[in-house]
Design a protein around this ligand. Sequence first.
Ligand SMILES: Nc1ncnc2c1ncn2[C@@H]1O[C@H](COP(=O)(O)OP(=O)(O)OP(=O)(O)O)[C@@H](O)[C@H]1O
Ligand SMILES: [Mg+2]
Length: 327
Amino acid sequence: MTDPAIAANGLRKSYGDKVVLDGIDLVVPEGTIFSLLGPNGAGKTTAVNILSTLVSPDPASGAIRVGGHDLGADPQAVRAAIGVTGQFSAVDGLITGEENMLLMADLHHLPKKEGRRTAAELLDRFDLTEAARKPASTYSGGMKRRLDIAMTLVGSPRIIFLDEPTTGLDPRSRHNMWQIIRELVTDGVTVFLTTQYLEEADQLADRIAVLNNGRIAAEGSAEELKRLIPGGHVRLRFTDPHTYRSAAAALHDTARDDEALALQIPSDGSQRELRSILDRLDTAGIEADELTVHTPDLDDVFFALTGSTAVPSQTADQVHQTKENVR
Ligand SMILES: Nc1ncnc2c1ncn2[C@@H]1O[C@H](COP(=O)(O)OP(=O)(O)OP(=O)(O)O)[C@@H](O)[C@H]1O
Ligand SMILES: [Mg+2]
């Protein structure tokens, strides 16, 4: 077993009275994608800044190792192993994309020739060759983000921190960025990603941790997290109030929404359960105008864990009871 790429024990950080990280544990195996999810202000950027040596953790924190090096004892070695694409762009808009890349090559002390070669290769890989000689201020949001990541890769880091890499990108640029991130991992790179988009974590991450109130509220694969949340159901909608009422009378274990003329039947979404629901409808001679199957998704998990009102609070309690099983 090799060392994990990132291992933090009891990571703590407070600003004055405000506890931002209240002793969190993180383990990220090499060559995997780890996603830290959390609402605004949860402490995602703080965690990235600490793990990438930009901000020091509170002294009460436990051991933190990144790339096999102790963060406190050997920050230089950590810095040599990692690349960071911050939440806010590091791109200098006044110079060209190519000049931004060459600047990074200089910072990494690459010999001139190698720097030029690396810059050209990365610009090509990120589809920026054509724009390379234009001022970066003229780039679109997606192009800037790609340049940002290309700059991070100049030093060939084995561990990459991406702080909200796709915030503000349109769906196509977001998918392109996902593809880029997947390719990084194919090359054996470890990715520590923060995001507000649950779909993004669902698509990319091997493991996901939800940060809330300074603690990890739940951690697991997307599938494991979804299993924490009850609430799968079949929803039947009617347009005719009379049909709706007779359906409600015929089906007992339903939740009624009289205003929307909709019934919800608890269901795990399996073929067998769906068939049994349809059989009961047929037997009662009921035809719904619309039938939809709702399986809990990461949004449900997120809302339940981060205390939004979108899910009954009892759901969050159930999650707290079961979360130990997932860890
Ligand atoms: N240098 C600082 N001094 C004081 N408070 C800070 C400092 N940096 C961060 N904070 C506070 O720490 C908390 C967490 O901030 P952080 O930027 O880590 O959140 P985040 O999860 O990245 O949020 P977002 O999704 O908005 O990027 C916030 O309440 C923020 O105000
Ligand atoms: Mg942030």
